[in-house]
Design a protein around this ligand. Structure first.
Ligand code: ZN
Length: 167
């Protein structure tokens, strides 16, 4: 297993924490000199916060550990391609590298829709590596949404039965 795969595994562990609390499973870790200095997972619904994405949580922790808003020699590992907000925060943090599990065709801003991480007109560009443990990263999302659909269907059937009993 490569270092990138090893740290992506840790991001996957974070993503699984999200799915355990009913959140879309997206996880992130930030690494400096071979050590994890920030972790995060999606808590958008739990925290009722638009900002509670995995990458933002990990950046907050890493900047606290580093005692600096700059994360210049750090690598961010995330299971799903960053959204515009997170891609913006990654550029703002001056992150050196961003390692991505699976791409996000509907919201990704590291190459899918836009590439904010590697925009030559910005004052900072982030190296991108994508497709690291891609299958594992996309499978946890697929399983989550499949289970969600089953749950929604079961709830609908219960409602239908209740209506039939009422009438
Ligand atoms: Zn995001």
């Amino acid at each position: 297993m490569t270092d990138d795969e090893r740290f992506m595994k840790q991001a996957i562990t974070q993503a699984k924490k999200a799915s355990r609390i009913g959140e879309v499973p997206i996880g992130c870790v930030i690494v400096y000199e071979g050590k994890v200095i920030g972790r995060g997972y999606n808590r958008r619904t739990t925290d009722k916060s638009t900002l509670a994405h995995a990458e933002i949580a990990a950046i907050k922790k890493a900047t606290k550990v580093m005692g600096d808003w700059r994360l210049e020699d750090c690598t961010l590992y995330v299971t799903l391609e960053p959204c515009p907000m997170c891609a913006g925060a990654i550029v703002q943090s001056r992150m050196k590298r961003c390692v991505i599990g699976t791409m996000s065709p509907k919201s990704g801003c590291a190459g899918s829709i836009l590439n904010l991480l590697d925009e030559p007109q910005f004052n900072h560009q982030v190296e991108i590596e994508s497709g690291v443990l891609a299958d594992e990263c996309s499978d946890i999302l697929k399983v989550f949404f499949k289970e969600l659909r089953v749950k929604v269907k079961a709830e609908r059937e219960l409602e239908k039965r209740a209506e039939e009993i009422d009438s």
